[in-house]
Design a protein around this ligand. Sequence first.
Ligand code: NAD
Ligand code: IPM
Ligand code: MN
Length: 324
Amino acid sequence: MIVVVLPGDCIGPEITAEATRVLLALVPGLELDERPFGAAAIRAGGNPLPAATLEACRGADAVLKGPIGDPALDAAGVRPEQGLLRLRSALDVYANLRPARRGEIDLLIVRELVGGLYFGAKGVRADGTAFDTCEYHPAQVERIARRAFELARRRRGRVTSVDKANVLETSRLWRRVVGEVAAGYPDIALDHMLVDNCAMQLVQAPARFDVILTENMFGDILSDEASAVTGGLGLAGSASLGDAGPGLFEPVHGSAPDIAGRGIANPAGMLRSAALLLEHGLGLGEQARRLDSALDRALAAAPPVDQGGSATTREVGDAVLAAL
Ligand code: NAD
Ligand code: IPM
Ligand code: MN
């Protein structure tokens, strides 16, 4: 089994080092193939997603990715983020699963990942007007809706579809197609919610949600929010899956330039992503559960700085290995 590893930028390499250590302990003989991506790849050759990196990803069983993004490149013509969007699109990993759990809260955001505002026509006109276009084809909505209903079947059987159908044409399409897909899942309870209300309910009554199904940009914003109400952005992992081919596994958070280089980043979001990789990417559900449970114990024994403790990135990794 081959996992391509893209360490990422700023805190990326720091937290990736803990994830690879733990993966090798859990799966002896696992082949890790590290490749340039993001800011490092831009500096080396001007391209955040070199062709050889993409080919390696395509040929792997799964891709483990650290966060990318580098403030030093904000003004440059090419950004690491462009490489990430190209990678998601090239692998067609349209279903981004972002779980958030704590106490009675247990929700799963199912975010459409390769359409919408991120991928529509964009530009700046001669008069200075900037534009980004939001487009969805019914087939794009249908496949992500199916994925959400299938996932809800293995959970508490509820889907909340989140849109802005009172304003946006794409959201009216979204609502109609999700309703049609729902007809094939009579065992699942579907409700529709406007995104501004959802943002409020996530803070006020997060335990009411099971599966939240939403489009790309709304899912981006709501998943940071859901992480905050379940303990913090440093804890959240994600899986991005297509219909075939390797999945992409990465934390919800970014490259945290404000704390990079100090060895204090929380590796938990990366380790949860590694657990999702074991389960969804390699079919190793038992090892995934062992990792999740070791991480629960490690965070209790050695809480990192963002959790109010003082454990370093490395010490959290050590605590996970000790728990394993
Ligand atoms: P961010 O998620 O990097 O950081 C937001 C805040 O959360 C910061 O205060 C940071 O220190 C803290 N934080 C995040 N992860 C943490 C961790 N593991 N441990 C402890 N604290 C943590 O968001 P930002 O600052 O808005 O973005 C920085 C860069 O990251 C940008 O270039 C952005 O594009 C990029 N980004 C990349 C990804 C990705 O690769 N998937 C995701 C989000 C943002
Ligand atoms: C995320 C990030 C990315 C997104 C950026 C870096 C392109 O915020 O994975 O949540 O918006 O999808
Ligand atoms: Mn985000």
